[in-house]
Design a protein around this ligand. Structure first.
Ligand code: AGP
Length: 367
């Protein structure tokens, strides 16, 4: 085919390494440095429509749902509109109330995921407005939506999604920026985020350049039968996505929970056999996060900490992986990149078919 893994041993690795370029494609022509905003013509919503949005509901499955949670946080932070994400596979079964002033957003790489498609139909049947964040142009979900943002990640072949998810995050950042700038987000903040988005592709490249340092720790994690991924607030969907990627291709039990929930249960499972991958960005929760790391370390739980160079972990025994800092709102995507590499190298170490993990299909098109 015209699209082959080439010199890469798998499509997944090829797609991971493409991200510095593929991430530029979703931003191209959509950022406005002068007014600190984004232009999303495909949304088909004018300033008045955007201002009328009172709530945002994001619908997706699997990793698209977890990125949807990151997107909801961006929208709530930047636009101050209440926003949340829900598994599209559950949505229609609870006979959801569809509100005219809610903006529904369907997020999907393939645009063919049946659960997401049926969620869109549920919204539209009840008179709601649903826009799409979709990678595949002209796909069923893209056609069913009222408008949307194409992700332009290029073809994604590996079952475990990487570059499409990165572009989903960036798509949400653009949407949050545009919604924010039609409301209270200041021009200074808008410009700060535009500049942050422009820096991101090079920072993703920086994280990827550190790949060699992650291989050994990935191999160690591959040996564990069970592992935890933890994070708080902005870091929690990152932990969910990290656990998802890890379990899909390594077949290890990987579970995500909020760091703050540790003492409410999961701490009982921590011992030298159960490693934890912790997201500890430099933010208002750093000190609290480090407190939780102490709890894990005290039970001899092995720790891998994805963090920023400025963070001092003190006495905690941990293998640390530093990522570059961007604007705090945009940090989640940089924290996600090393988790892709950890999952990849763990699966490779175990000798699994990385691009086609057992029991899974690239897109789930039947109910
Ligand atoms: C991602 O690694 C998974 N393979 C899976 O969760 C996927 O994100 C989900 O099935 C949704 O697919 P879509 O984006 O094509 O709708």
């Amino acid at each position: 085919s015209a699209y082959e893994a080439g010199e890469h041993e798998s499509f997944m690795r090829k797609e991971i390494l493409e991200q510095p370029t593929s991430s530029q494609a979703v931003l191209r022509g959509r950022l406005d440095e002068r007014f600190g905003t984004a232009h999303l013509g495909g949304l088909d919503m004018d300033a008045r429509d955007l201002r009328a949005v009172r709530r945002v509901k994001i619908l997706g499955c699997g990793s698209a749902y977890y990125v949807g949670q990151m997107g909801a946080a961006l929208i709530e932070e930047l636009a101050r509109i209440p926003a949340d994400a829900e598994a599209a596979s559950e949505f229609r079964y609870r006979d959801p109330v569809i509100e005219p002033d809610t903006l529904y957003v369907a997020v999907s790489q393939s645009g063919e995921t049946i659960d997401t498609l049926l969620a869109v139909q549920e919204v539209r049947r009840k008179g709601g407005r649903c826009v799409g964040l979709v990678n595949v142009v002209g796909s069923a979900i893209a056609r069913e939506c009222d408008g949307g943002i194409y992700l332009h990640a290029g073809p994604e072949v590996a079952v475990a999604s990487t570059k499409a998810l990165t572009n989903m995050f960036l798509g949400f950042a653009l949407l949050a920026l545009q919604l924010g700038r039609t409301r209270d987000l200041s021009i200074a903040d808008g410009k700060r985020l535009v500049a942050g988005l422009e820096r991101l592709p090079a920072q993703i490249e920086e994280v990827l350049a550190g790949e060699a340092d992650l291989v050994e720790v990935a191999h160690q994690l591959a040996e564990a039968r069970s592992l935890f991924f933890i994070g708080r607030v902005r870091g929690f969907p990152v932990a969910r996505e990290g656990a998802q990627k890890f379990k899909e291709i390594s077949y290890r039990h990987a579970e995500a929970y909020q760091t703050s929930e540790l003492k409410h249960g999961p701490l009982a499972l921590i011992d030298p056999e159960v490693p934890t991958v912790a997201l500890v960005p430099r933010d208002e929760l750093t000190e609290r996060n480090i407190g939780a790391l102490h709890e894990i370390d005290a039970r001899q739980g092995p720790l891998v900490v994805i963090t920023h160079a400025e963070v001092d972990l003190g006495e905690v025994r941990a293998r640390r992986i530093d990522v570059p800092r961007n604007e705090p709102e945009l940090d989640p995507i940089l924290l996600t990149i090393p988790l892709q590499l950890l999952a990849y190298h763990a699966a490779q170490h175990l000798g699994h078919d990385i691009d086609k993990p057992r029991n899974l299909a690239k897109s789930v098109t039947v109910e």
